[in-house]
Design a protein around this ligand. Structure first.
Ligand SMILES: NC(=O)c1ccc[n+]([C@@H]2O[C@H](COP(=O)([O-])OP(=O)(O)OC[C@H]3O[C@@H](n4cnc5c(N)ncnc54)[C@H](O)[C@@H]3O)[C@@H](O)[C@H]2O)c1
Length: 314
């Protein structure tokens, strides 16, 4: 399936829109970005320039990929001639309604409008579209989208299956790993999975079982290393040895179910919040944001080089 996409409109160039812009440019697309905030163009161009070396290291910059293909417009009408829109505006439903009303009127009906929204559903967002809600969908990335491959595709009640197919072809050709949700749920899938894990960490810390630093180490030096290469269900299958998942369930389902019992009546209280913050400060000590972020990115690039080599080439 050809998508015939050459020029991409990026609406909203904050944390997520700037990172998407960097990726689209690296992959050889023309990008027309729009954001009404004062200083938005300067911040965007700086973000893209800073993101470029990491994408070069990953081999994500194709011949023809260039920062010079970025155009910035303060007025949203400046994106009227794009072939695909990635929308990254503020996460407020009434704002998205007004924005989708504008975009729906401005753009030809075959132009897909994908929202990066983490928490809103497309069924709610597309209520803003009077003409062509069928081309609107969720294309939810992970921060920063110029590095993390996952994109969750979700249709709203009025989204056409064909729009999801076209978006899937487009994102896959960009080098993204897509998954499709069969129905809408708040937070989509990956954020819900992260949410459950974080809840359990808070519960274990607040019950005095473990420190924040050791809970983090339990993830990043243990199962987290495996999760970076295979999902938990396949790993359970391997945990069953040659007997596979059936043997794993025979042996471990009993104890596993008992671990689901809550340790107490867990709530995210002020005390839990304070305990988590104090534990985190003890864990990171005097290391500042830049120091931690650069360590994360250095290690992430090494891992990504290996993982991206295994994604199918389109
Ligand atoms: N931050 C994350 O980790 C993350 C991850 C995945 C998805 N998302 C989603 O991405 C979207 C953007 O989040 P963010 O963190 O980048 O927010 P942000 O606040 O950093 O950026 C939002 C941008 O939208 C701009 N904006 C406001 N009105 C606009 C308009 N009328 N037209 C165009 N732009 C306008 C703002 O000036 C701002 O630059 C949200 O829907 C969020 O749920 C965020």
């Amino acid at each position: 399936m050809s998508t015939n996409i050459r020029k991409i409109g990026v609406v909203g160039t904050g944390v997520i829109g700037a990172s998407w812009s960097a990726l689209f440019l690296a992959r050889g697309f023309d990008v027309v970005a729009t954001d009404p905030a004062p200083g938005a163009e300067k911040a965007l161009r700086e973000y893209v320039a800073n993101a470029w070396p990491a994408m070069e290291t990953l081999g994500a910059v194709v011949p023809g990929g260039s920062q010079a293909r970025l155009t910035f417009r303060t007025d949203i009408h400046g994106i009227a001639d794009v072939d695909f829109v990635q929308e990254n505006g503020p996460e407020r439903l009434e704002f998205k309604h007004k924005l989708y009303q504008q975009l729906d009127t401005l753009l030809p009906p075959d132009v897909i409008i994908a929202t990066s929204s983490s928490g809103l559903t497309m069924t709610d967002i597309q209520q803003g579209c009077e003409h062509h809600p069928e081309r609107c969908l969720v294309g939810h990335p992970f921060n920063p989208p110029h590095l993390i491959p996952l994109v969750e595709l979700v249709a709203g009640k009025r989204t056409a299956a064909e729009a999801i197919d076209r978006a899937d072809v487009f994102y896959s050709a960009l080098g993204k790993k897509t998954i499709r949700l069969k129905k809408e749920v708040p937070g989509h899938v990956a954020n819900r999975l992260q949410g459950v894990l974080v809840r359990e960490i808070m519960s274990l810390v607040s019950e005095g079982v473990v420190s924040v630093a050791d809970a983090d180490a339990a993830c990043s030096w243990g199962p987290g290393l495996r999760w970076g290469v295979m999902g938990p269900v396949v790993l359970n299958h391997l945990g069953g040895g040659v007997g596979g998942i059936e043997h794993f369930y025979d042996q471990f389902a009993g104890p596993l179910v008992t671990w689901w019992t809550p340790l107490g009546d867990f709530e995210f209280t002020k005390e839990v919040r304070e305990k988590m913050i104090a534990g985190l400060k003890e864990e990171v000590g005097s290391r500042d944001f830049r120091d931690l972020a650069s360590e994360r990115d250095r290690l992430l690039l090494t891992l990504l080089k290996t993982r991206l080599a295994e994604l199918p080439k389109h």
